[in-house]
Design a protein around this ligand. Sequence first.
Ligand code: ATP
Length: 534
Amino acid sequence: MSEQAQINVMEQLVSLCKRRGFVYPASEIYGGLNGFWDYGPLGVLLKNNIRDSWWRSMVEVPPIGPDGHPVDMVGLDSAIIQNPKTWVASGHVGGFSDPMVDDRETKQRYRADHLVCAIAKVKRKNGDVQELGFLAVLDGDRAVNDFVKRADKLARKTGGGEIQPPERSELTLFTKLDPERQKQVWGPEATQAGTLTEPRAFNLMFQTYVGAIQDETSKAYLRPETAQGQFLNFKNIVDTTRVKIPFGVAQIGKSFRNEVTPRNFIFRSREFEQMEMEWFCHPDEARKWYDFWKEERMKWWKSLGVRDENLRFRDHDADELSHYSKMTVDIEYKYPFTAPDFGELEGIAHRGCYDLTQHQTHSGQKLDYFDQELQLKLKEQGASADEIKQKSRYIPNVIEPASGLTRAVLVVLCEAYRRDPNRQGSVEYLSIKPQFAPIKCGIFPLVNKEGMPEVSEKLYLDLRKHFTCEHDVKQSIGKRYARMDEIGTPFCVTIDGETMKDQTLTVRERDAMTQERVSLDKIKGYLLERLSAE
Ligand code: ATP
């Protein structure tokens, strides 16, 4: 498909999502808010179905491990706002909130807290001392040297002279200058003053205040990932449940990132939902579990009905790895806006012992694990008392499959979107796998009279106890089918004149549009079987 056609698919999908109540721009009546979306009546059903499938595959029916037994997994729902020290320890305060300045002239970008400035002074041959300008250089051991070199270069352009080197203490951090002063600074490579922008905090974390007083001491953050909740509760879970290493803690919930460029519909938003699992294991086994979860996660994405050719793994290069990660692989999807390339869907990271070590250091609480089974094994192997003591206590390693629930909604929609010019009513339909479809069955009387609506309502009242159904008596049958196709309803049943005579009804299947007659007393079993088919 051409690039233009691909982009149009996205436009059409966004429009269908709005028209049919999957996704609306947040606060639309006020002009919306960039990066925020509301999930409408059908969107929330679809999202919940995907969420439930992840939870079931992780927590309720976790996969069979390499030893042939189900792996150990528990769930968690931790607070969105935690003690702000959490985010200092995790590296988010340092890593997510850099004050940045751009140089409009040279197009260079700097950390504002890495620039130091002072007034450059030159003593001319006639003894006059003149100010050359307020120069900035990069902070560091060589800062005074660099400053003098720059000043010298400038002085030579205007007749030369002797540069008066500033004391180290005279170099002021750019961030400490008042805004008016900042406007007079020469950027490190600029040829004039005033080309640096004001420092902007590229802080991906949303800040808020806890309690009545709004100052530095009450500042808190909306979590930018759910994962830290698992680390904060590691000790609680070990102490209060029967899990033993290796085990996992899974969580689904909202995360918030003040993304600089939210874009591509719900792909990158500022408020989104994540599904993250932290797998705690012995450091020697981390690699084995990394490979295990990599395969398991790919299987799950395929279980959503995503075609093989639209999914792939991509290993992170060493220079791309996050500060905490020893190795990371992304599961990527061929989105209409990235095709023929792929974009991130899920990251599976080997986080080593980074997080627990950080929280142990910052909280002063012991977060190591005493491995009783390993202790026994070492005893049996005849290890010395010292070796047993040293080896059976350790900080576990962590393997983290982290995916976006709202991004999964997008993938299921992209994957399901179909156009067929030969279809009557609407050329668009969503071929969502029945298990994930928001509405499983549309129930219609052919006409809204002759006893048909009474029969269809009775059927609806029974079937709705088993799966989501919609009873619709209005409009032509073609229009009702088309609407159901557009929202991805896999089956529609219609009560017609025949039903009144022989107690059979029509079942119509969404994709093939085939119709068959099934007797009224068998329809529940028939639908339950087809809806649960893999
Ligand atoms: P990206 O590179 O796309 O910004 P990331 O590598 O920062 O993502 P992670 O921190 O690994 O993402 O988050 C795990 C998952 O959470 C991502 O794979 C993605 O599915 C989802 N996610 C992250 N940021 C967003 C966002 N702004 N909007 C929607 N989903 C997101």
